[in-house]
Ligand binder design. Structure first.
Ligand code: ADP
Length: 464
């Protein structure tokens, strides 16, 4: 069923009206509905600017919904036994301004306390000015201090940990802004939708994702190599403004053997400090070869156990939504992952080879900075030929094709002759023949047997 824009506008109006009238339950239902409607609409929008606008609208509505839940929480706390027979009028131990405030009047958003709600866009919040008016001088100072603190970059206090480990994590693993957007990734609309649902929405609407709807402990992206799993993880972190911890299992198990468990502990501790955070564990299979198998090194077993303990730790954290830490893992070999870890990576998403449209989009992305001959290059036909190629394979084909003319030009020349060639002589437009030769030369990296194996594994253990 398609989502109509008119319907979204109408439901937004109804949500806000109900909220202003104090009908919080009704308003909540409309807010949840409208956020879901926008979520369904987003994959159908291709224009990035338009999509960006809808995403901010969705964020705004999720934020309003959070406020609503907070007001409801406050009102419910008044209904508790201690307060039921409190006389109307200012309560003795509540400051005058606060008791004078009508809880049914929904004011403009106040600056957010970073310790209360996670921020999908921290920059916006740090820009918000504190509400001035009735506050006393000391309250104003408090607000200013808060904003100042928010503006200052917080740094993790690594005392108690090996300084080298802390520095290494800060330098190599923490990425404040990986700067990959959904629009940079060709195809994979379904994977993007599932990741938004599994990772992004719980960060935007922590109140909604409680109890039975609690977020997944971890999400596993499964699929052939070079299909965009790492890009997706970076986009998740970019799109929801979380701190991104990019760690590969082989780094954890080989480079820092002996220190590895400490590194895992520190990784999660830092992730909690910089929360909301996304920890991306690439090649998770290399850490988690089946338990007890001969290849399983004692050290990697300990690292794996530590990872399991830490993942259990984050799943019990959810009472404090500002501390959301999500584990996002990727593997090309899902069958090597043992059951204990598989159980914790509850949501398992398949990242397939690109479709025909995806391959065409990938060609366009890869050829953005390459001169392509005006005549005779049929990208549609090339994308057809590339059936079965991964995104990374297609990047290789384009790179190879773009080098063909240069190779032809320098064939048989001596190095000193090559050095004398002008740049324009080498940088010729890529022709259809170049593409055909490149396709001929570059083989696909994923076999039909591999695809069959993924299919079988997903049928047994997948959850997308
Ligand atoms: P994976 O983590 O699945 O092995 P990556 O995300 O590292 O794959 O992708 C490897 C490279 O392949 C990327 O740097 C990019 O150039 C290209 N690529 C793969 N899939 C896509 C995609 N869907 N959209 C754009 N580029 C892609």
């Amino acid at each position: 069923m398609s989502t109509s824009v008119a319907e979204i506008c109408e439901n937004t109006k109804l949500a806000r009206e109900a909220a202003l009238l104090g009908n919080y339950e009704t308003a909540g239902v409309y807010y949840q509905g409208v956020v879901q409607q926008i979520h369904r609409l987003l994959p159908t929008i291709n224009d990035p600017t338009n999509k960006g606008r809808w995403q901010s609208a969705q964020q705004q509505l999720a934020y309003e919904f959070e406020q609503l839940r907070s007001i409801q929480g406050t009102l419910n706390s008044f209904k508790s036994d201690n307060h039921t027979d409190r006389p109307i009028g200012p309560a003795r131990n509540i400051p005058y301004e606060e008791s004078n405030h009508d809880p049914d009047v929904w004011g403009s958003p106040q600056p957010r306390d970073p310790d209360v709600w996670p921020s999908p866009t921290p920059v916006e919040h740090s820009k918000s000015a504190p509400a001035k008016g009735k506050e006393t001088k000391s309250e104003e100072n408090k607000d200013e201090k808060l904003v100042e603190e928010e503006n200052q970059e917080r740094r993790f206090d690594g005392s108690g940990y090996d300084k080298d480990l802390v520095d290494m994590l800060e330098r190599d693993i923490v990425q404040k802004d990986p700067n990959v957007h959904w629009a940079d990734i060709a195809d994979l609309a379904e994977a993007k939708r599932l990741l938004e649902e599994a990772v992004v929405l719980p960060m935007w609407m922590p109140e909604f994702f409680k109890g039975i709807r609690r977020p997944w402990k971890g999400v596993l992206m499964v699929g052939p190599p070079g299909t965009g799993k790492t890009m997706l993880a970076k986009a998740v972190a970019t799109e929801c403004g979380t701190t991104f911890f990019n760690v590969s299992s082989s780094t954890l198990t080989s480079k820092y053997r002996g220190e590895s468990e400490k590194l895992v502990r520190l990784l999660f501790e830092m992730a909690r400090f910089y929360a909301p955070s996304t920890i991306f564990v690439d090649e998770i299979d290399s850490m988690c070869s089946r338990r007890g198998s001969e290849s399983e090194h004692e050290a990697s077993r300990r690292v794996k156990s530590e990872l399991l303990v830490q993942m259990d730790g984050i799943s019990s954290q959810s009472d404090d939504p500002s501390k959301v830490v999500m584990v996002l893992a990727a593997t090309n070999f899902p069958w090597d992952i043992d059951e204990a870890l598989r159980r914790r990576l509850e949501k398992r998403i398949y990242i397939p080879l690109p479709t025909r449209e995806g391959r065409l989009a990938l060609l366009h992305i890869n050829l953005r900075e390459v001169k392509v001959a005006e005549d005779g290059v049929d990208l549609d036909a090339i994308s057809e030929l590339l059936d079965g190629y991964s995104g990374a394979d297609i990047t290789n084909v384009c790179r190879d094709a773009s080098m063909m003319s240069m190779r032809r030009r320098i064939a048989g020349l001596r190095p000193d002759q090559i050095r004398q060639l002008a740049k324009e002589e080498l940088d010729l437009p890529v022709t259809m023949e170049d593409f055909m030769a490149a396709v001929e030369k570059c083989n696909k990296s994923v076999s039909a047997d591999d695809l069959e194996k993924y299919d079988r594994w997903m049928r047994e253990f997948g959850s997308s």
